[in-house]
Design a protein around this ligand. Sequence first.
Ligand code: PLP
Length: 462
Amino acid sequence: MPGMSEAQTPAAVLNNATLAARDLQHVWHPCTQMRDHEQHPPIPIHHGRGPWLYDYDGRRYLDGISSWWTNLFGHAHPEISAAVAKQATQLEHVLLAGFTHEPAVQLAEQLVRLAPAGLTRCFYADNGSAAVEVALKMSFHYWQNRGAKAKRRFLTLSNSYHGETLGALAVGDVPLYRQTYQPLLLDVLTAPSPDAYEREPGETPEAHARRKFVAMEALLQQHAGELAAVIVEPLVQCAGSMRMYHPVYLQLLRDACDRYGVHLIADEIAVGFGRTGTLFACEQAGIRPDFMCLSKGLTGGYLPLSAVLTGEEIYAAFYDEYAAQRAFLHSHSYTGNPLACAAALATLAQFARGGVLESNRQLSARMAARIAPLAAHPHVVDIRQCGMILAVEFAQDRASRNPYPWQQRRGLAMHRIALEREVLLRPIGDVIYAMPPYVLSDDECDLLVDTMIHCVERVCGD
Ligand SMILES: *Cc1c(COP(=O)(O)O)cnc(C)c1O
């Protein structure tokens, strides 16, 4: 057919192989050594429904990791989709400087109502890393505006992850993401994580968290004069292999930050919106951070959006005559996008109906019961769970907990085995985990956990 490009040929076949081949001509994928795709091309997804993703060859995959922890109520959810579609016919976008729109106003009102009391101001951005950048800059800028010019450093926990733009990367500690870019990064202070995996035999997670806090307290005491903020992922270090810690650490940290005059930034980007069993993880410690970063589940997994919530005292430090030059001038083009806000409002409407956290408790208990026998496996060193996050850590040697050589890529092998059983799992290092949408049936829940068990047995059988 002269004059027609291949893509427009009516007979062009759409299947997994043809789409993957076209993809690999031009698309550069995230978090991927592209050469791996010579062996295993990316899987083109045609549509989603509930917790399932469907490819072009008629195969389906249970989304066991909520498409990177974003999806809460399933794919192509009728009500969230309708809300986005409706908003698209009314207003797709308007700049949020000098203008506003109903979805942004409503969403800010609702987030303030749901968040820990006192977080009354909502600053929008458009992804998780951007929210972390906003919180860091706002904290630093607050101290500048208050005349505390020396307070310009940040303190983070070992094994933390806060995103991959340069500021967010600097306050993260996972070597995989950080190492290469180290020369470009801010100089931060790092306290040892209270990660309960590292507790001594016989030590409770709470006692361990209290013990680990001693080092945090010492750093705060020594560096308070130069510290703007401490940043933490409340309760679960997700990208850091789903390591979990006791909420008492957050209480101690809140108290110490107040005593030393240092902000506390809670990065709830992964753990917010019910993941840990409460709407926000901070609730389990009964604390209010100075900044709370939200994204991922905020839109139910539909569209990129993020928000940083903070309080009146911080807001007031920026509020002045224009000529005083104290305003926070950070901006992203798609800040507070109306389509994304509409998706977020429809997502919050699902929570407002009630029953979400209760039914998650049942799913969570079902997962716990079903995974329990795996604890006896000779290569399983830890099974941990926090709400809707279930993780199994495996190792080469149970006594020493020595990991398998990373070059063996056992997690990747598990990923492939799970796909054969119609389940999408994506282990992090030597940890296989489930972080599913909240809409699993009992059978789907069992399939998910059974697949985790099967993967460990196949890949870590001797
Ligand atoms: C995913 C994540 C981020 C980064 O969000 P992006 O939208 O991927 O930039 C930041 N912090 C935590 C805790 C995350 O899990």
